[in-house]
Design a protein around this ligand. Structure first.
Ligand SMILES: Nc1ncnc2c1ncn2[C@@H]1O[C@H](COP(=O)(O)OP(=O)(O)O)[C@@H](O)[C@H]1O
Ligand SMILES: [Mg+2]
Length: 1078
């Protein structure tokens, strides 16, 4: 979106009047009052047309910020409130866009803010012109030249803590794009007398204090200086320090600036050496020494200082010493050497110091110019900034004030010329009739001063060059003769007797009526200062110095270039430079900044009317306004004028479609502005009187208020209406919702009532129907029942004759019989096998036969078992008895048992009778052998196994060697008390013997056999049949055995068994024997 440009004008928010041209009525009082009013509101800038009047605020104001720069950038001069930026912008833009060289002339008395203003202009231009590394460097160099020049050329005065003691004109050069290229600085008339003497309360040039405060010890030693200010005669002591100024910091700033500007280190060093030498010169003192001819000759009191100066500057000490004592005058090929008295010596010393310093300063300017010089040869546009002393009117005015005021007179001249010329040109451009205006032209005063024959300066030169005794009085006499008749020259002694009785004018003075006021000059010192004499011996001594800078400062000391002609006087030099300056300025478009000092105290907020009035007078500001108002006070392009006032006329408001000029014509006719009050130019309307403008402004203000009211009215109306409409719409919405809600509620209520009524009716109807149906159904049922009974009765009545009374019981029995018959027949067919172990049994067909069926099954089983048993022979019976016995003894007690069930009990596994090996054994046993089997006997001591033949007869248990059949032990069955074994799946067993029996000598036997169950059973049965006692069989995994005297615990543990069922035994100790079983 395009930015809406806000059209503002100087006339907006005006405090007093922003442009003095519009001041009504115009008088000195109203002028001062307007300035005061604005000053009190921190408006320090006021225009006189395009001239900016600036009042020093003596305090930082927030009006120079980058934002302000942006605000004023590219705006029209009268668009915003008066500001120095506006003037700078105008100047810069017409330089850049219209190719007009500019000069900015800043005038005002000391402390009025000229230097600050010049810096503001430069910084504004620097801020708005092109950017880029190279451009920035140029800008920086231009800006940094200021601190350098200020250090050497500024001093604290009673008026200004940072007063420039030289005039400065700086040309800033730009290329066609408006980028800065470089600059040239010209300096005018440094106040060199300050080097050797300062008025009370003032200081010497800043640089002296800066060196002493800011230089390092090392540097001070090199410069042969001491830090203490009081050591130096040239530094007045009463104001060595300035409030708010840190000389040491400033010294660093200056050195930094010098570096940026481009001073080499050795150059800086040389400069500081010269400054040191000047300072030390002041400490050289002289004493009178009587000479033969009766005259006093001066001698240096203490040569130490002189020695140091010479060391510092490379001057031959004797040469310099001589130059302070003698003076050589050359006249007509004759050299006459005269001695100097003490006063002359001091004069010479001070002259040397002043010359050294002022020449150094000029050299500095030249050197800076070398650095900031534009590097290209292309055509340049130039903006000159002139910061020069304004009119000075003191109690005692001397040569310097005369020169300065002359300069201002010239500036006024050029101002009049240029302003009027510009005014005239504008009138011609705009095709307005030019009426002659009365104003004071100060050309006549300039002539009084600078006329080549009769001018005061010319006369002063003449007097200085004249042979014979020349004094200030002879000069005044001459003036009295030549200028007596001049209107602007006043003197008591002039031929013209006008001032004979004017006691305010002393005899040794003359007075000039400058355009800005009368100034009285003391004639004393004019000749001397104009001569500006430096003894040739001194300049020659300087030229001989072994110091390139000093040598360069005194070229006239070179004997080869000896020039008997006197150097140009100060006055003529100045006249020449002013002439050059004027020529320069005349080629440029001037912009004026007139600085005014509001008070003498350097204080903020104080506006001393008398002081300001004085300045307004001598700056000729009222003249300024008059000249500006000569024809028409105010002018404005038609477009802007129409834009600003179009609301005052119905035809032009709110839009004028035709050309702007016609619009303005219509507007002015409508407003009935008298015709003599304005003129139509080509592009601008010219208003003769500010009154008219103010009338327009008042009308506009009034109209704006009306318009504001109108806008307010419309807006309020619109706002209320919108609000009302909104409320109305809202009301409708709310109402509709309310109604809807109410209707919904009502509907729901009706609906639910309807449903209730409906449901009642339906319920009633349904119940009625149900009752009816139920009644019908009951009727039907009743009918059926009645019919059934009826039929029953009928049938029974018919069939009664066929019924028997006990037929039912018979049928029942018959049926039962039939069922039983069928059951048994089916049983017969389904009969299971006769094997006693066959578990099959047919399913039960009827529930009521359950117990019968179970009983039949039991009987059948018993019967077939009997059948089975009946088949056995006696032998088989015996075997089964034995098996039965085994079952009783071991079933569910010993894990080995189930495996033994299927094995037949052979008993005599070893057929002893058939094996001839055992014939002897056979013979030894007469009884019947029940068991003959090989067992493993476990050694009681170590648990190892040994095979033995185990024989059981009716009465004994025998153990025999397996190989030889030799009987090893014989135990009668009566001595066997117990057999112990584990519950596991092993064949290990112990045979316990009765204590004290014959066989029990070694203790109980431990065996392992594959037929443990059979052997134990047979042992049990045999013992029972022989002794009628039941053998105790203990089944336990831990039991005790008796070995000789020891009771040993046999403990069974689970172990990995490799050799089948045979357990491995281990005698752990005499109490424990472990048997590992599978
Ligand atoms: N625009 C300003 N804003 C703030 N202070 C200012 C302004 N102009 C001048 N001053 C103050 O006044 C003092 C003197 O100003 P200066 O420019 O050195 O005067 P001049 O050059 O006219 O002798 C400055 O040191 C500064 O303190
Ligand atoms: Mg200054």
């Amino acid at each position: 979106m395009a930015k809406m440009e806000v059209k503002t004008s100087l006339l907006d928010n005006m405090i007093g009047v922003g442009d003095m041209v519009l001041l009504e009525p115009l008088s000195e009082d109203s002028f001062i009052n307007n300035l005061k009013k604005r000053f009190d509101h921190s408006e320090i800038y006021t225009y006189i047309g395009s001239v900016v009047v600036s009042i020093n605020p003596y305090r930082p104001l927030p009006i120079y910020s980058p934002e302000k720069v942006e605000e004023y950038r590219n705006r029209n001069f009268y668009e915003l409130s008066p500001h120095i930026f506006s003037l700078s912008d105008e100047a810069y833009r017409s330089l850049r866009d219209q190719d007009k060289d500019q000069c900015i002339l800043i005038t005002g008395e000391s402390g009025a803010g000229k230097t600050e203003a010049s810096k503001l202009v430069m910084s504004y231009v620097a801020a708005v012109c092109g950017k880029g590394a190279e451009v920035n460097q140029v800008k920086e160099q231009l800006l940094q030249s200021n601190p350098v020049l200020e250090a050497f050329g500024n001093a604290k005065t009673v008026r200004n803590d940072n007063s420039s003691r030289f005039g400065k004109y700086m040309d800033i050069e730009f290329d066609f794009k408006g980028d800065p290229l470089g600059g040239v600085i010209s300096n005018y008339l440094l106040e060199k007398s300050r080097v050797v003497k300062q008025p009370r309360g003032e200081r010497n040039f800043h640089i002296f204090y800066q060196i002493l405060s800011g230089a390092s010890e090392d540097m001070l030693n090199k410069l042969k200086l001491e830090r203490d200010f009081s050591r130096y005669n040239y530094l007045s002591l009463d104001s060595a320090r300035v409030n708010g100024v840190d000389d040491a910091v400033n010294f660093r700033t200056v050195r930094n600036a010098m570096q940026i500007v481009g001073f080499m280190d050795h150059e800086t060093q040389s400069i500081l050496e010269v400054v040191a030498a000047v300072l030390k010169l002041g400490n050289i003192e002289f004493k009178p020494e009587s000479r033969v001819n009766g005259l006093d000759e001066s001698k240096i009191k203490d040569k130490n200082e002189l020695k140091e100066i010479c060391e510092l500057t490379g001057i031959d000490q004797s040469v310099l010493e001589r130059a302070f004592s003698f003076r050589t005058v050359e006249a007509k090929q004759e050299k006459v050497s005269t001695t100097l008295n003490v006063a002359q010596a001091y004069y010479a010393r001070d002259a040397l110091a002043k010359n050294l310093y002022s020449r150094l300063f000029s050299w500095l300017v030249t050197r800076i110019n070398e650095s900031i010089k534009a590097q290209t040869k292309v055509r340049k546009k130039v903006m000159g900034v002139l910061d020069i002393y304004g009119f000075e009117i003191f109690e005692d005015n001397s040569f310097e004030q005369f020169i300065i005021n002359y300069c201002n007179e010239k500036l006024q001249q050029i101002f009049i010329e240029l302003t009027l010329k510009e005014e005239q040109e504008e009138y011609i451009r705009e095709d307005i009739e030019w009426t002659h205006i009365e104003y004071f032209n100060n050309a006549i005063i300039c002539d009084l001063i600078e006329n080549n024959q009769t001018g005061i300066l010319a006369m002063l030169d003449e007097e200085c060059l004249r042979p014979g005794t020349v004094t200030d009085d002879t000069f005044l006499e001459k003036l009295n003769q030549v200028c007596a008749t001049h209107q602007h020259f006043e003197s008591r002694m002039s031929k013209c007797s006008r001032f004979l009785n004017d006691t305010s004018l002393p005899h040794s003075c003359f007075r000039i009526q400058h355009y800005a006021g009368k100034v009285m000059y003391q004639v004393e010192g004019f000749v001397d200062k104009n001569n500006d004499l430096l003894y040739r011996d001194l300049s020659q001594a300087m030229w001989k110095a072994n110091h390139s800078l000093i040598k360069a400062l005194f070229p006239e000391g070179n004997p080869a270039k000896i020039n008997l002609k006197r150097p140009p006087t100060a006055g003529s030099q100045f006249k020449a430079s002013v002439a050059t300056l004027m020529k320069n300025l005349q080629t440029k478009n001037p912009n004026y900044i007139r600085c005014i000092k509001p008070n003498d105290k350097k204080a903020a907020h104080i506006f001393n009317e008398a002081l300001v009035c004085h300045q307004v007078r001598y700056l000729g500001l009222l003249e300024n306004v008059r000249v500006r108002r000569a024809g028409y006070a105010f002018r404005q392009p038609y477009e802007l004028c129409l834009e600003r006032y179009k609301m005052l006329c119905k035809q032009t408001w709110p839009h004028w479609r035709g050309p702007a000029r016609a619009g303005v014509e219509v507007l002015f006719n409508e407003l009935e502005i008298p015709e003599e009050e304005y003129s139509f130019g080509r592009s601008k309307i010219f208003i003769r009187n500010p009154r008219t403008l103010f009338k327009l402004e008042d009308l506009r203000k009034q109209r704006l208020e009306d318009l504001a009211t109108l806008i307010q009215k419309m807006y309020r109306g619109w706002k209320c209406r919108t609000h009302f409409l909104l409320m109305k719409r809202s009301q409708i919405v709310i109402a509709s919702w309310c109604r809807r809600y109410a209707q919904q509620k009502k509907y729901q209520r009706i609906k639910s009532s309807a449903i209730v009524v409906q449901s009642y009716i339906r319920g009633w109807k349904a119940r009625k129907l149900l009752r009816e149906l139920k009644h019908q159904k009951r009727c039907k049922e009743a009918a059926t029942t009645i019919a059934a009974y009826w039929h029953g009765t009928q049938v029974r009545r018919e069939y009664r004759k066929f019924f028997r009374a006990n037929a039912g019981r018979k049928i029942y029995e018959f049926t039962l019989q039939k069922i039983m018959q069928k059951y048994f027949l089916e049983m017969k067919n389904k009969m299971p096998s006769l094997s006693p172990v066959d578990k099959n049994w047919p399913a039960r067909p009827y529930l009521f036969l359950d117990s019968t069926h179970k009983e039949l099954k039991r009987i059948f089983h018993l019967w077939r078992c009997k059948k089975y048993r009946d088949q056995f022979t006696d032998q088989q019976k015996l075997i089964y008895e034995e098996k039965l016995e085994a079952s009783e003894l071991f079933k569910d007690k010993k894990a080995l048992y189930p495996a033994s069930v299927g094995q037949p009990f052979h008993g005599a596994y070893l057929e002893i009778s058939k094996n001839p090996k055992y014939k002897k054994l056979k013979d030894a046993v007469e009884e019947k052998i029940i068991i003959a089997e090989v067992v493993n006997k476990i050694n009681r001591a170590n648990g190892k196994c040994a095979s033995r033949i185990f024989l059981l007869t009716k009465n004994n248990v025998l153990l025999a060697d397996q190989k030889s059949g030799h009987i090893k032990s014989e135990v009668p069955l009566g001595d066997v008390t117990k057999v112990s074994m584990s519950s596991q799946n092993d064949g290990f067993f112990a045979v316990h013997l009765k204590e004290g029996s014959g066989a029990a000598g070694k203790g109980d036997f431990l065996f392992s056999s594959d037929h443990l169950i059979e052997m134990a059973t047979k042992l049990y049965r045999t013992t029972l049949s022989q002794t009628k006692q039941k053998l105790n069989i203990e089944i336990s995994d831990e039991f005790l055995v008796q070995f000789k005297q020891d009771k040993v615990c046999v403990k069974f543990i689970q172990g990995n068994q490799k050799n089948g069922n045979i357990p491995t035994c281990k005698r752990k100790n005499n109490r424990l024997l472990e048997v590992a079983v599978p």
